[in-house]
Every structure is written in structure tokens, then in C-alpha cells.
Design a protein around this ligand. Sequence first.
Ligand SMILES: Nc1ncnc2c1ncn2[C@@H]1O[C@H](COP(=O)(O)OP(=O)(O)O)[C@@H](O)[C@H]1O
Ligand SMILES: [Mg+2]
Length: 252
Amino acid sequence: MLNGNVIAVTSGKGGVGKSTVAINLALTLANSGKEVALIDLDVYGNSVPKILNITSKPKTMNNKIIPVGYENIKVMSMGFLTKGNDPIIWRGPMAGKMVDHFLDEVIWGKVDYAILDMPPGTGDISLDLHNKLPNLNEIIVTTPHPNAVHVAERAGLMAKETNHTILGVVENMSYFTPSLGTEKYFLFGKDGGQALATNLNTELLAQIPICYTQIDEQPPLLINDSPTLLEAYQSLSDKISRKLPVTQKNLS
Ligand SMILES: Nc1ncnc2c1ncn2[C@@H]1O[C@H](COP(=O)(O)OP(=O)(O)O)[C@@H](O)[C@H]1O
Ligand SMILES: [Mg+2]
């Protein structure tokens, strides 16, 4: 059974950086000595194995699943259980069962923080996931763009309806600074994250700039690649650790 503080990284929209934020937050918390699980619950659009370039599959022991280790985090993704890049054509209830499996049938061991990479949307699957996960803390991710903010607000309202705790808003792709300059270019608009935080009566936890890597394929955008990202995520992870301190129970 999964223990520790469970934090869902959510947003109404796809492509705003939920997976990127979930992975980097998990890595940063783990680098500061916390026991971290990263669970990719984006059934149809799972991307954690690809971003982390994990090719191994989880092993089993006594009919239970052993999560895959990446650096010092324990990872589970639907992507581990499919062949190659086969599409997943499950319907809602089956997706719900998968969540039960990930929470109950995996040998998680001691976990201080479980970071959930959630699917986009506020449809049936999302609602089902939210209902299945009591005591959930949520981080709402948005870009500064008004359209993203509008959709993310719905995700925030869903969190409230399901009585989850909103830890705050992460504004991703906030601005771009060229490598030789200091000027900030607000490509997707300005202050959308703060507006969302105000509307949801919560705080803006971080503004993460637009970053790029030299790699031609899908850029991994991991904290290890960029001091700017490392700094932004360190501050985010410190705030999360202060809001959700690791209790004695988790330390046992
Ligand atoms: N801060 C950022 N700067 C530049 N590209 C980013 C940033 N955050 C995310 N991306 C890129 O945007 C795309 C969508 O991000 P992803 O994390 O997969 O979003 P989601 O999980 O919300 O669908 C990916 O290609 C990712 O590398
Ligand atoms: Mg994603």
C-alpha cells in the first residue's frame, strides 16, 4: 500500500508541462534525501518512461509489482505494462482498476512523497482518479496563457469539489531569457499563474522559465540539464517540504 504524502500534479490541459514538473519535482525531492515515488497515471498519454528513457520493465515478487528504480526514485507507469508504443484502448472503469493496482499491488516500501503525474482534463477518468485518491494534495500547473489558465481553473475547482488540498499553482513556460541576455520575454502572456492562484484562493508556488536543450530529439528538460531549472525546482521542492513535512510515521 502506498504511504506518505501524495501529491497530484494536475491541470485541465495537455502540453502545459505536468509530466515535466512531476518528474523534476520528484528528482529534486529525492536529491534532498526524501524517499520518492513517481506514478504516471496518464493512462493514454503516459510519457514518464520515454522522458526518463527507462527501457527496463518492473519485476514481480509474490504477485506484487516491484517499481522500476530511476536514480533514487521509484517509478511506475502504464507505459511499463504495454508492448512498445501500443496505444491503450481501455475504458474508464479499467483505467480506475489500474490505479488500484498501482496503489495496492506495488511494493512501494517507505515513501515520503508520492508524486502523481495526472492525465489532462476534468472528464470521467480524471474525476474517477480524484475520487479514488483520498487525502490528495494537488499542484495545479498552467502556462501564463489565458486559455491554459481558464482550463486549469476547472481542474482546481474539481480539486475543491473532491475535497482535496490545493498546495498551489506552478506557472510553467513563464518567460524566455536568451542565453546571453537577462531580458525576460513573456511569450505566452504574463501573470496568468498568479491570476489562477488568486482565483483558487491559493498561492503561486513557482514560475518556471522556458528552457531548451541542445538535444535534437524530444528535449528531456531535466533539472540536471540546466542550473535555471535546478534553482526553480529547488525552491518549489523546499516549499512543498515545508507545507507537507515528513512525519515520524513516514520516517519509521
Ligand atoms: N519549461 C519548459 N520549457 C520548454 N519546454 C517545456 C517546458 N516544460 C515543458 N516543456 C515541453 O513541453 C512539452 C509538453 O510537456 P509535458 O510535460 O509533456 O506536458 P503535459 O504532461 O502537461 O502534457 C514537452 O515537449 C516538454 O519537454
Ligand atoms: Mg504528461
